[in-house]
Design a protein around this ligand. Structure first.
Ligand code: KG4
Ligand code: ZN
Length: 332
């Protein structure tokens, strides 16, 4: 089955074609309009997606050498609702016009399964760390659609912390890649920073996540600690030390999760998974770590086509009334 995937949940307009032998095309257009605002402006994101989505899909189809896929998959959430709606509505109309099946895909499920697209990708069960600008969660993926959150951030996402530290240092937006680059010339031990561990609190409801788990994370205190050091260290040292603290927290949770579950197969995705130091630290763990390439860590549509394709092959179909969702836990 050859599937067209469409992704418009944040500030990347992306389209990709994925078939039984893997990715046939993978087109990503990153919106530039947000740079001057230092963060994604939802209304501008929606409009920029509307401007680009048609040509992006056309490029993906022509690079794949096909006129019509066997099915269409589009991100249905979570994300900026006005942005999600652009790709979702376009995907539905294409599926209706072509008379092919349609499926709405969870963006986080796309990230958490993205390493499976690689020829030597992981097989279920595996641990998947999704670290992006809006999410930081460690999942146990037992099978398609069967995901348990083992731990997640109780405040800022890891990418958000990178972006905030970059803003403090005037490094521009998005900040992650800039911090990553500057950290290369800094000393990771120059600035002493905390590795915060949220206090474990029992859930308020039997099914809810309002409590705190042993594998939960917190990044807002780290950001405050960085602010206190701004005038006492050089930007490269601050970047290297901050990055080291984030890497230590994330790899610590992965190691503990592997011990807790007995699952040694590990992957990660999301924009922060493109971080060079985090990738090196993960590869150094005494676990079976398989990482997607950097280009498949940040937002892309190949992961949407892939997650949609797996579900479509199990017979799942969505009607044209499938709604966009701003919040959506993968597997739910
Ligand atoms: O997954 P993503 O492209 O978008 C969503 O948030 O869904 O992730 C974007 C985030 C931003 O916070 C960006 O600063 C961060 O990923 N990021 C990085 C790197 N590349 C992107 N953070 C650290 N190091 C990087 N190399
Ligand atoms: Zn993402």
């Amino acid at each position: 089955m050859i599937v067209l995937g469409i992704e418009t949940s944040c500030d990347e307009t992306a389209a990709s074609v994925v078939g039984p032998d893997g990715v046939l095309s993978d087109v990503v257009h990153t919106q530039g309009v947000h740079e001057e605002y230092g963060g994604v402006v939802p209304e501008l994101a929606g409009r920029a997606h509307a401007d680009k989505v048609v040509t992006t899909v056309q490029a993906a189809l022509s690079r794949a050498g096909i006129e019509r896929p066997d099915a269409v998959a589009a991100t249905a959430g979570p994300g900026l609702i006005g942005a999600v709606l652009v790709g979702l509505c376009f995907g539905k109309s294409l599926a209706a016009g072509w008379r092919v099946p349609f499926i709405g895909v969870n963006h986080l499920e796309g990230h958490l399964l993205s390493a499976m697209l690689e020829p030597d990708g992981p097989e279920f069960p595996f641990l998947s760390l999704v670290v992006s600008g809006g999410h930081t969660s460690l999942y146990l993926a037992r099978a398609l659609g069967e995901y348990t959150v083992l731990g997640e951030t109780v405040d800022d996402a890891a990418g958000e912390a990178f972006d905030k530290v970059a803003r403090m240092l005037d490094l521009g937006y998005p900040g992650g890649p800039a911090v990553d680059r500057l950290a290369l010339t800094g000393n990771a031990r120059a600035v002493e920073l905390p590795r915060p561990q949220p206090k474990v609190k029992p859930p308020k409801t039997p099914s809810g996540h309002q409590g705190t788990r042993a594998l939960d994370m917190s990044f807002s205190g780290l950001k405050t600690a960085v602010r206190a050091q701004l005038n006492h260290a050089s930007p490269p040292d601050i970047c290297a030390s901050f990055q080291q603290a984030v890497v230590d927290v994330l790899t610590n949770r992965v190691q503990r999760a592997a011990k807790q579950t007995g699952v040694r197969s590990v992957t990660m995705a999301g924009g922060v998974a493109a971080n060079s130091q985090l990738r090196a630290a993960m590869m150094g763990l005494d676990l079976d770590v398989r990482l997607p390439p950097k280009s498949r860590c940040t937002d892309n549509a190949a992961m949407i086509a892939h997650a949609g394709r797996l579900r479509l092959m199990e017979g799942e179909r969505h009607g044209l009334d499938r709604a966009a969702r701003a919040q959506w836990t993968p597997g739910a």
